[in-house]
Design a binder for this molecule. Sequence first.
Ligand code: FAD
Ligand code: NAP
Length: 449
Amino acid sequence: MPEAPLDCLVIGGGSGGLAAARRAAARGAKVALVEASRLGGTCVHAGCIPKKLLWVAAELALGLDDAEALGFELERRSLDWGRFTRAIAAHTASLGARYARHLEAEGVRRIEGRARLVGPGVVDVDGRRFEARHVILATGGAPRVPDVPGAALGITSDALFTLPELPCRLCVVGGGYIGVEAASIFRALGSEVTLATRRSHALHDFGATLREALAAELSALGVALAPALVPAALERAGDGLFLRGAQGERLGPFDRVLWAIGRDPATSSLGLEAAGVALGPRGEVLVDAYQDTAVPGIHAVGDVTGGRELTPVAIAEGRRLADRLFGGSPASRVDHDDVPTVVFSLPPVGSVGLSLEAARERHGEAARAYRSTFTATRYALTRRRPRTTVELVVAGADERVVGVHVVGAGADELLQGFAVALKLGARKADLDRTIAIHPTTAEELVTLR
Ligand code: FAD
Ligand code: NAP
């Protein structure tokens, strides 16, 4: 006898899919979630969480030098890479298990296997058929590898957290989030690192102030910058790997080469053509502002839609969608403006709203920036002297805050509150009349002149 149709079938148990399924169940829907691999998805197993733990270790590694400069006497300073990465794997596995318990407790049926649409509302999971009034696609994405000879000699971020050893000589290709994070983390942990970017700079989308400040800090950290290098081939010769550029450049030898050149939405083999779901040029599922595809009853959230590839965005999309479909909130949708974001480089980069360039495009000469660069008290006695840069972008006669940008220690934790202020429509005068917290980096943002 065929099973009774579900209210909702979610494909993908990562950030977006878990959020959608759990919220739909909380709203009373009969829900199942299909996951082909590990519950938790990219963020838990090959993204945010293991990356943040590596970043913590990298910060501590730099902190050991700082501690010595302050007078601490440290004997053993080496990192037991094997112990550390095993601890990371155990932690992320425990998070996956915790999600399984949540799903069970909240009444979400868990289906293990690979799902494929065979028609609107009909899904095949390794030979089993399920019907649902609503299908939510949340299959995420996968790292892109360039189409150049020898590309398979390199690795992607999927392999980064389970490397058998800390690479002595690492080349990172790509100047986006993963490239900049990996380059600084591995450099701080002791690797020799080269960061190859096809443009003259990394973090192109972040505006000149952040880009230039970060480039200076990466250089100070000892990352070798290889700008304007378009990868043409990867070769093994002698004791290492060599990266060839399109202009005849040859970089190397390296022990590892990391491709960090973006991610592709996971839409192949999903049966989307059979269901009539349209894809964009990058293979992303096309959705409207409510996460609806053009096919009634088929929706998509998270990285598979090709939007901002961030966990909180995927979670918000999943929850708002479930609220709309099952929670009696017909207008529920995500406001994708002014998404705050942090790049976990060393130092971190925090950014919300418009860069000065983007603000000038939107507001013309009415946009201006207040900026300050300084050495934080945190580094008053250390050998290294990282510079912190803060920037406030304002627009209009009343100087409404349209952008807040920070490169420096603490940027990761201080930004969230300023993002709330920006969302509430704060004026510069509102920041000015807020009493500063001293001595911090955040205070610079309320004392800018
Ligand atoms: P995913 O988390 O990728 O989940 C998709 C799931 O679908 C997977 O579990 C997959 O196995 C499953 N699946 C795929 N196809 C099928 C199928 N046919 N059937 C069944 N299951 C299927 N974001 C941040 O906000 N902060 C960070 O610090 C951060 N760091 C990152 C670091 C790295 C190295 C990477 C790669 C990403 C990072 N991100 C970060 C981005 C973040 O991980 C993603 O935006 C987020 O995981 C997207 O969630 P998702 O649900 O859309 O997809
Ligand atoms: P990304 O941030 O989009 O950056 C991709 C980089 O690769 C860009 O610098 C791009 O250069 C370059 N590139 C693209 N194609 C290339 C090619 N063929 N050869 C050489 N360089 C090429 O992608 P990502 O770093 O892979 O990360 C994927 C996504 O995961 C991010 O967009 C982000 O949303 C998410 N993520 C978030 C965090 C976080 O929140 N802290 C951390 C990691 C990842 P151009 O500038 O010239 O396009």
